[in-house]
Structure formats: C-alpha cells, structure tokens
Design a protein around this ligand. Structure first.
Ligand SMILES: [Zn+2]
Length: 74
C-alpha cells in the first residue's frame, strides 16, 4: 500500500513536470525577429549605412572602415 501511494506521487509529479516543461518551451520565433530595429549610422565619408556596433567612430563621426576614417582625418 505504501508503494502504491509512492507510485501515484511519482506519476503525478512526472505529469506535473511534463506540463511545466511544455509551458517553459520557447514561443514560436517571431517573423519580425530577423528585422529587429538596430541603431544604424551612416559613414561620414561615403554615406553607406551600417549598424553602430560595426561602425568606426571618430569623435561625433562614424565610418564604415578604417580607410574612410583615415581619409577624412586628413
Ligand atoms: Zn565609408
């Protein structure tokens, strides 16, 4: 009788755990996630737009590459 109670508890616990895991599963990927708004900046030399994380900064100006940064410095 004691083992039957233990078995019921285990089964219920497992069912609850499964339910919790299903609730924790990540939601379907949003179609807009690929186009998350990023802080875009323009190269001060050629005007090409690129994410701020990839841009080179020189004071208030941003550049797409080191060459343009150096050309504008002169
Ligand atoms: Zn540039």
């Amino acid at each position: 009788m004691k083992y039957l109670v233990l078995l019921v508890v285990l089964v219920l616990g497992y069912a609850w755990w499964r339910g919790q895991r299903r609730a924790e599963s990540p939601p379907p990927r949003r179609p807009t996630s690929a186009a998350t708004p990023q802080d875009m900046v323009a190269c001060a030399h050629c005007g090409v737009h690129l994410p701020r994380s990839e841009a080179l900064t020189h004071g208030p100006r941003t550049y797409c590459c080191a060459e343009h940064q150096q050309e504008d410095a002169h």
